[in-house]
Write a protein that binds this ligand. Structure first.
Ligand code: HEC
Length: 165
């Protein structure tokens, strides 16, 4: 084998490895392209499922809403809830899945508030409210009781004054 032949075989070898090398690069690029263009690929599947369940996960509720924000004229500004005993429990348990407005725009008797809570527990994954339940129910029944419509509330007159003639 002379020098020239030796040189040629080396070139051929180099060529072969180049082809192999580029084939690997092309496959990697194709795989990356596939992942980018197809976000539903198996690799990504786990992530959205985890975040879906965590939105109604009891453990995350404390982080999502804690009792923060100003109270102005007896109204908790960020949510619009009336300030009263149980406000914190209501904010922590009733603003995770829907807006506070869905609560404040409703007016119900205590029985109907309880029925609404039971309905959400049975069909909407609302958790057991535990010790907070009576507190929440009292809060709702007191501050979001049915409004009397046909008739105005009785006047409460504290100081009668005498007519001077
Ligand atoms: C786990 C999620 C979740 C939590 C927490 C939750 N709700 Fe709901 N609630 C729902 C869903 C879902 C609906 C239906 C929403 C819709 O119809 O758009 C709903 C609807 C309602 C409605 C309207 C019912 C109707 O008949 O239209 C009221 C009132 C309500 N919730 C009050 C509350 C109160 C009070 C709390 C706190 C004790 C609470 N929710 C906590 C999921 C939840």
């Amino acid at each position: 084998m002379n020098d020239k032949e030796n040189f040629l075989t080396q070139i051929k070898l180099l060529g072969k490895s180049l082809v192999l090398f580029s084939a690997v690069i092309v496959s990697i690029c194709a795989f990356i392209l596939y992942l980018v263009l197809n976000p539903n690929a198996d690799i990504f599947k786990a992530t959205p499922e985890i975040s879906e369940t965590s939105s109604i996960d009891t453990t995350s509720t404390a982080e999502i809403s804690s009792f923060e924000g100003e109270i102005k004229n007896g109204i908790h500004v960020p949510t619009g809830f009336v300030e009263d005993d149980g406000l914190e429990a209501v904010i922590n348990n009733c603003t995770n899945c829907h807006s506070a407005k869905l609560v404040t725009q409703n007016r119900m008797s205590k029985e109907n508030w309880l029925a609404t809570i039971r309905w959400m527990q049975e069909t909407q994954n609302l958790w057991d409210l535990g010790d907070d339940e009576p507190l929440i129910l009292d809060y709702l029944a007191t501050n979001y009781a049915p409004k009397e419509k046909g008739r105005r509330a009785n006047l409460e007159i504290e100081d009668w004054y005498e007519l001077k003639q």
